[in-house]
Write a protein that binds this ligand. Structure first.
Ligand code: ADP
Length: 648
C-alpha cells in the first residue's frame, strides 16, 4: 500500500484527532517543503493558510464522519502558498478517528480559469457581438453577452444552433459556400453585410468580419465580429429617398438665385447707364462753362471781369468736384473703379492737393505745412485715387478750421519686400468732432452736424471715399479729434515701390511755349472735330482754330465724320464718344478699317467715366483720350504731341 501511495503524483496524508500527520507520501512532503522530522511535528493550522487552531478544533471535533472535497490554501515551509484541492475521508481506527486526505495543487488551473473568466467577461462587455462556431459541425461554441442580446436567444439555445439559423438569407449549403474562401485559406477574412433574424422575428442589418482562427492546440474556430448597422442603413435609405427631393430643392433654389442675380445685374446695369448718362449730361455743359472761361481768361479783360471769370471757374470746378465724388462713390461701390498703375511721387501728390486748395487757404488766412521723411521712394499707384484721398482730408481741414493751420504728413509705417505701408495724416486746429459722431462720419452721407441750420455745406461722402480708396490699397482710415481744438485724419495704403526709373520727366510746356510750338510746327495741319453738342463743338473749334491756328472741320455725328474722312485727308480727329445717329466708337471702328492709328491719330473725347468699352478695344481704336471737362492747355498739349509725333 505504501509503495503504491509513493507512486501517486497527488499528495496523500493521514491526520489524527490531534490534528497532526500520522503518515504522508513523498509527494505531499515535497509540496510542503519540510523535512521528515519536521513533517511529524506539524499541526493542520501550520500548513493550512486559511485555518486557525480554534477554527480547526471547532470545525473538526471528530474526523470519523468526514467526507468532503474542498479547496483551501496551503503554506509551504518557505511561506509560498498554493491552492490545494482536498478530498478527505474520515474513519475510526482502533477507536481513534482519523482522516485520509488526497491533496492536489490546482494553482495553475485556477489562474487559467480566472484569466479565462476575466477574458470572457471583457469580451461579453464588448459593444460588438462575437460569435464563435465550429468549422465542422457549424454549431456555435461561444457567443458574448452582446450577441445574446442581439439575437434574443439564451446561450443554451444558441449553442444548439448554427450561423445560418439566424441568417434568413442563407441555408446550410449557401452558408457553407460562403465560408469556402476561409476554409481553403484563399482569404484571411471575409467582410460582408447581411441580415440577422432576432428570435422575435424582426430583422437586423449587420456587417460581419469573419475569420477562421487556428488555436495553438490545432483546433480551428470561426470567429465572427458582428456590428449592428440598422441605424446606419435606415439613415442611408432615408438619405437616398431624400436625395431626389433635395436635388429638386437645390435646382429650385439655384434657379431662384440665378433669377435674382439676373435681376440684380440688370438693376445694376440700369444704374450704371443712369450714371453714365448723368455724367455725360452734366459734364457737357460744364465743359463749355469751364472751357469758355478758360479761353476768356486769355483775353485782356478788366480786373473785375477777370474776377468774375475766376468765380465762374471756381463755382463750376466745385460742381464738377461734387459730381466726381458721387460718381467715384458709385464706381467704388459697384466694384468698377479700376486702379491705374502710375508713378506716384508722394511729395508731388501732397503739393498738388495743396495747390488745388490754395485759394481757400489764402482766403481763410490759414497756414499749411508738410512733413515728410527725408528720403521717400516713388511708388506704383493710381494718382487720381490717392490724390482724391488726400484732397478730401485737406479740403475738409480747411473747411472746418477758422484759425490756426493745417499740417499734412506722410510716413512709411511698415516695409515689406517690395512694398511699403504708407500713412497720410492731415492735422488741423479746427472745430473738432464730438466723440459720438466719430464712428459714423466715415459712413457715406453721414455728417457730424445733421441740423438744418448747419454752418458748413457738403454732402457727407468725402471721408467715406477716402476710406474706400484706402481699402482698395489694403489700408484703413480713421480720426483722432478733440471737440473744439482740432482733428487728425489719417489713412493708410500699401503701395508697391517703383523700381523702374522714370523715363524723362514729363515737364509740361507753359501756355505760351505750347502756342509757339503749335504755331511753328503745326501751322498747316487739318483737324476734324466730331461732337453733337454745339457749345462743345464751338469751344473746340475756337481753341483749335482761333487759339492753336489749325484748320478745323466739324461734324456732329459719326456718320458725318466717316463721310468727311473719306472725302479729304486729316492730320488728326477729335472724336466725342457719346453721340446720336452713330457714336464715336462705331465711327472710329469704321475709320480704322481704312486708316491705322499710325497714320491718323484719333483722340477720344468723353464725359462718361463709365465707358462701356473694354480697355483693349479702346487702346486699339484711339491714340489718346481727353475727358470732359478739360483744361485748354491739356487739350493743346495732347494735340501738339500727337500732331508732331504722327506728322506724315
Ligand atoms: P462733408 O464734409 O461733405 O460733410 P465728409 O465725408 O468729408 O463730408 O465729412 C463728413 C463729416 O465729418 C463732415 O460733415 C463733418 O461733420 C466731419 N468732418 C470731416 N472733416 C472734419 C474736420 N477736419 N474737422 C471737423 N469735422 C470734420
Amino acid at each position: 500500500m505504501r509503495a503504491m501511495l509513493e507512486r501517486i503524483n497527488d499528495g496523500v496524508c493521514i491526520i489524527n484527532q490531534n490534528y497532526q500527520l500520522v503518515t504522508y507520501n513523498h509527494a505531499f512532503m515535497s509540496m510542503l517543503g519540510y523535512t521528515n522530522d519536521e513533517m511529524y511535528s506539524l499541526f493542520i493550522w501550520d500548513f493550512d493558510h486559511t485555518l486557525s487552531e480554534q477554527k480547526v478544533r471547532d470545525t473538526y471535533p471528530s474526523f470519523a464522519n468526514t467526507q468532503a472535497t474542498f479547496q483551501t490554501v496551503h503554506k509551504r515551509k518557505n511561506n509560498d502558498t498554493y491552492i490545494a484541492q482536498i478530498t478527505a475521508a474520515g474513519t475510526n481506527v482502533l477507536g481513534e478517528s482519523m482522516v485520509l486526505c488526497i491533496v492536489r495543487d490546482i494553482t495553475e488551473q485556477e489562474v487559467l480559469k480566472n484569466s479565462l473568466l476575466e477574458f470572457k467577461s471583457t469580451v461579453d462587455k464588448a459593444s460588438d457581438c462575437v460569435f464563435m462556431f465550429d468549422p465542422h459541425s457549424l454549431l456555435f461554441t461561444y457567443v458574448n453577452e452582446g450577441a445574446l442580446r442581439h439575437v434574443g436567444y439564451t446561450s443554451d439555445a444558441l449553442y444548439k444552433m448554427h450561423p445560418y439559423d439566424i441568417k434568413p438569407e442563407f441555408g446550410r449549403e449557401a452558408f457553407t459556400q460562403l465560408i469556402q474562401p476561409l476554409v481553403k485559406h484563399r482569404e484571411p477574412s471575409l467582410k460582408f453585410k447581411t441580415i440577422h433574424r432576432h428570435k422575435d422575428g424582426h430583422d437586423i442589418n449587420v456587417s460581419i468580419n469573419l475569420q477562421l482562427v487556428e488555436s495553438e492546440l490545432g483546433a480551428a474556430k470561426f470567429i465572427a465580429i458582428v456590428h449592428d448597422i440598422t441605424e446606419e442603413t435606415k439613415l442611408k435609405s432615408l438619405l437616398e429617398s431624400n436625395k431626389e427631393a433635395l436635388e429638386k430643392e437645390v435646382e429650385n433654389r439655384t434657379r431662384q438665385l440665378v433669377e435674382a442675380k439676373e435681376k440684380a445685374e440688370s438693376a445694376n446695369m440700369a444704374k450704371s447707364r443712369f450714371l453714365a448718362n448723368m455724367s455725360h449730361e452734366i459734364r457737357t455743359p460744364i465743359t463749355s462753362i469751364l472751357g469758355f472761361s478758360d479761353l476768356l481768361k486769355r483775353e485782356s479783360l478788366s480786373p473785375s471781369q477777370q474776377q468774375a471769370i475766376k468765380k465762374i471757374s471756381t463755382a463750376s470746378e466745385h460742381l464738377l468736384g461734387l459730381l466726381s465724388s458721387v460718381l467715384d462713390m458709385s464706381k467704388i461701390e459697384s466694384g468698377t473703379y479700376e486702379l491705374k498703375e502710375q508713378t506716384v511721387d508722394v511729395k508731388k501728390l501732397i503739393d498738388e492737393a495743396i495747390i488745388l486748395n490754395e485759394e481757400r487757404l489764402a482766403s481763410k488766412g490759414l497756414q499749411i505745412s508738410v512733413e515728410l521723411p527725408h528720403v521717400l521712394p516713388t511708388y506704383v499707384g493710381d494718382i487720381t485715387a490717392l490724390l482724391q484721398g488726400v484732397i478730401n482730408y485737406v479740403s475738409n481741414a480747411i473747411k472746418y478750421t477758422d484759425k490756426g493751420g493745417v499740417i499734412v504728413r506722410a510716413s512709411i509705417v511698415r516695409q515689406y519686400a517690395d512694398k511699403d505701408e504708407l500713412r497720410f495724416e492731415v492735422e488741423d486746429t479746427g472745430i473738432g468732432i464730438d466723440a459720438s459722431a466719430m464712428e459714423k462720419i466715415f459712413e457715406p452721407f453721414e455728417q457730424a452736424d445733421t441740423s438744418f441750420g448747419r454752418k458748413y455745406g457738403g454732402i457727407g461722402i468725402g471721408l467715406s471715399i477716402t476710406k474706400k480708396i484706402a481699402a482698395l490699397y489694403e489700408g484703413d482710415a480713421g480720426v483722432k479729434s478733440t471737440l473744439g481744438s482740432g482733428s487728425t485724419f489719417w489713412f493708410t495704403c500699401v503701395l508697391k515701390r517703383n523700381n523702374q526709373q522714370k523715363e524723362g520727366d514729363d515737364r509740361a510746356l507753359d501756355s505760351e511755349s505750347l502756342l509757339t510750338h503749335l504755331h511753328t510746327y503745326c501751322a498747316d495741319k487739318n483737324v476734324l472735330v466730331v461732337d453733337d453738342e454745339k457749345f462743345n463743338l464751338a469751344l473746340l473749334e475756337q481753341i483749335l482754330g482761333d487759339v492753336a491756328q489749325l484748320t478745323v472741320k466739324t461734324a456732329s455725328n459719326g456718320q458725318q465724320a466717316i463721310a468727311l474722312v473719306q472725302e479729304q485727308s486729316f492730320d488728326m480727329v477729335f472724336m466725342d464718344i457719346q453721340m446720336p445717329i452713330m457714336d464715336g466708337i462705331e465711327a472710329t471702328k469704321a475709320i480704322r478699317e481704312c486708316v491705322g492709328k499710325d497714320t491718323l491719330p484719333i483722340i477720344a473725347l468723353t464725359g462718361n467715366i463709365f465707358l462701356d468699352v473694354n480697355a483693349d478695344e479702346f487702346e486699339r481704336l484711339f491714340n489718346d483720350v481727353i475727358s470732359k471737362p478739360f483744361k485748354v492747355d491739356d487739350l493743346l498739349s495732347k494735340t501738339l504731341t500727337l500732331l508732331t509725333t504722327h506728322s506724315q
